[in-house]
Write a protein that binds this ligand. Sequence first.
Ligand code: PMP
Length: 318
Amino acid sequence: MTHPSHDHDELPPYKRGYACIDGEFIAAAQATVSIFDHSFLYGDGVFESIVCRKRRPFALQPHLDRLEASCRYLQLEQPYTAEQLADMVHELIGRNGLESGIVRIVVSRGEGYPVSDPRRALAPKVVITMQAQPAVKRDPAQGIRLAIASTRRIPPVCLEPRVKSNNYLNHIVAKLEAVAAGADDAILLDIEGNVAELPVANIFAVRGRVLSTPPSGAILAGITRATVFGLIESGAVGLGLSVRERQMSPYDLFCADEVFVVGTGTGVAFVSTIDGRVINGGVIGPVASAVLEAYEELLENGLEPAQPTAPSISEVGG
Ligand code: PMP
């Protein structure tokens, strides 16, 4: 596949290759959206990030299902079927010639008069991009240092957390707090003070052979989380583990044998400290290690994720 740009190597990696805008493939470095786009102006849009290995998108269908649900919730009528979007994703991966990476599908309300009335946007815009991963190379032996943010996760009565919208300010403010505290990332509590999630990942705590993770109500219960449920329940992780959804307070994290976080961009990553408290001696534990290995194996072999018995992806909105 010829490359769209001669000065390819001078471009920052995220701008290389092709992007797909409304079904047309163009050089990502030249691709633009309008300054009157309502996603740019108001965050009025939704997105999905999909991990790719060996030129294959992982769990594409659950991602397309969640995208469709997010669009429906926001009454955002984008014109493509799931099959058409899947074809575009596959073509983009092929054109960009990347073995692995992250594909991002963004649906915006589209361009229109700059007023926060969705009816003034003319037509939704669908943009698909692909980046070689990872954006930040993390040493897997180095755990993630977390800080509990004072910023709480926006509750469902204010904005439904299952919608993966283009408005990430809640998450970004929490992240800024964590960075200011010298940590890598934030834990957001829900409005009641229960552990909710990270800005872009879900969290698990291990005690003995039991994994606990917050229930789906106040979080974006992710596809990686559902995949981990499936890997545990199918026995692929081994170790006689079981997993349950339950409310947790920071106490449960501080007292856990291990804590790890999961997400499309994050993969499976162990947590070394929370608010400066060292978890499992600051090293990866046997459970996080086994989950990481089973997840990597699943990605590498391009298998469909084992079907979780509970909760199903539709139940968790993941
Ligand atoms: N929570 C939030 C708020 C996220 O943005 C993400 C990343 N999509 C996740 C959790 C993890 O979800 P997934 O495993 O589907 O990437």
